[in-house]
Write a protein that binds this ligand. Structure first.
Ligand SMILES: OC[C@H]1O[C@H](O[C@H]2O[C@H](CO)[C@@H](O)[C@H](O)[C@H]2O)[C@H](O)[C@@H](O)[C@@H]1O
Length: 437
């Protein structure tokens, strides 16, 4: 599996070498659209798993090249409280309908007469596709309609948090490769960018990091799980534990964590797939990981609870449909495959499997579901199932003992039996790329 991951990285490195960035897909028409910047984290994870520093050493110049693509092509200025700083945005160079969704993009502009305006809309559609969040109220002027798409004016929290984390990871990899001055240089950039990040995205009275809109010079203070990515990439320093806890409580009050099926992509209902009631694996995974990495025991416990919820509801839908899905409807008593957007929900699915397996591994000492199938068979709502399992867990005096039994070693656990086959593709799936989608 390590070799497969290495081969995938080699493919992406080839693309960066030949095209200057990682295109949104492996087709010629994607050459004006990037993927979100996940190559550096992929290499970082590969190094953590293998210690293969000679490979890392070989490709470090390519990683810098990809980082520079973002600096040269996706940076923009923003003036805030008397200081001009540079941050990142999604900004595709394409201004034509997406070839893979030509019909949809033509229909969207059917009432627009001005060609410049049409091109702006197509460019903003392609820019949103770069984010992976295609499409979401996050990118819409009116927060509801795709026709008001305005991606290039949105400075996204998650993209900037990823870039911030990438500086840190690059510094780490250079240090491991023995290139001390490069390592120091990136560490310095990381520290500087953390300050800029905080200044641009943190809104004190709303207790959190929010997307900033250049057009109206204000933050979008609606909840999106992308707000938690700075915890995931550790792009914060001035916040003490209680501030992070307050941030969580604030989102909790907004209702972000109350759904039994997982964390939704937003609390706004639109007909787009990256909005309520859909929950996506990468978002849920990053929320869990971000909270788990904080120094707050309370938030670490919340991370576990969200992870447990996500695993259980994915399994619930799996037992009902015999499939894993690219997204889920997290609302209501019976979670289901998600819907909305411009295509039929896809089964599979790389990042869903990857997230589930990572959560099962991370919490292998705690995620224990006694009598799972029996409880499920009684066809309870997901809330009742969760409550009943909690009760069984707390009264089952054997449960503590069984915590020692690693979930992957215990073939008696049906959830593991069903997910076991997916373990084979864990490492690949963890990588959020979809070249063959
Ligand atoms: O063909 C439609 C779109 O397909 C890709 O995006 C879809 O898959 C992504 C990964 O699973 C997902 O993040 C996105 O929300 C989906 O729409 C492709 O990245 C898009 O460029 C393309 O328009």
């Amino acid at each position: 599996m390590h070799q497969t991951v290495k081969d995938m990285i080699i493919n992406l490195v080839y693309l960066v070498e030949n095209h200057g960035f990682v295109p949104n897909g492996g087709r010629v028409y994607y050459l004006r659209r990037s993927q979100p910047p996940f190559l550096i984290p992929m290499v970082y994870d590969y190094y953590e798993a293998t210690g293969d520093i000679s490979f890392v050493n070989e490709i470090l110049p390519t990683l810098e090249k990809e980082l520079n693509f973002w600096y040269e092509n996706r940076q923009t200025n923003v003036s805030l409280v008397g200081e001009e700083v540079q941050v990142f945005r999604y900004y595709s160079a394409s201004n034509v309908p997406r070839p893979e969704s030509y019909r949809e993009d033509m229909l969207l502009v059917q009432n627009v007469n001005d060609t410049t305006e049409k091109r702006k809309i197509w460019s903003n559609l392609a820019s949103a596709a770069e984010s992976g969040w295609d499409f979401s109220s996050r990118w819409f002027k009116d927060l509801h309609n795709l026709s008001t798409i305005d991606t290039s004016n949105v400075l996204p929290v998650d993209l900037n948090a990823f870039m911030c984390g990438n500086l840190n990871m690059l510094s780490f990899l250079f240090e491991k490769a023995g290139a001390t001055s490069k390592a120091e240089n990136y560490q310095q950039k990381f520290e500087n960018f953390k300050r800029v990040f905080q200044k641009v995205f943190y809104v004190g009275k709303e207790r959190g990091w929010y997307d900033y809109n250049l057009r109206n010079a204000s933050h979008n203070i609606h909840f999106y799980p992308s707000m938690l990515t700075p915890l995931f990439t550790q792009c914060y320093h001035s916040l003490d534990v209680s501030t992070v806890e307050e941030m969580f409580e604030h989102m909790e009050k907004k209702g972000a964590f109350k759904y039994k099926g997982g964390v939704p992509s937003s609390l706004l209902t639109t007909d787009q797939q990256w909005d309520f009631p859909n929950g996506w694996s990468p978002s849920n995974h990053m929320v869990v990981e971000g909270l788990r990495k904080t120094d707050s025991p309370k938030l670490q416990q919340k991370a576990f609870e969200i992870a447990e919820k996500w695993v259980l509801s994915n399994y619930f839908v799996y037992t009902k449909t015999s499939n894993m899905w690219e997204k889920y409807n997290v609302n209501g008593s019976y979670p289901d495959a998600g819907s909305g957007g411009e295509y039929v929900v896809q089964s599979g699915f790389g990042w869903t499997n990857g997230a589930i397996l990572d959560l099962l591994i991370t919490y292998s000492d705690r995620m224990y579901f006694p009598q799972l199938n029996q409880v499920m068979a009684e066809s309870k709502t997901i809330g009742e199932i969760q409550n009943q399992l909690d009760e069984i867990q707390s009264v089952d005096s054997m449960a503590q003992k069984q915590l020692d039994t690693k979930i992957f070693n215990n073939s008696g656990h049906s959830i593991v039996t069903n997910f076991k086959i997916l373990a084979l593709i864990f490492t690949i799936s963890k990588i959020f790329l979809h070249f063959s989608f």
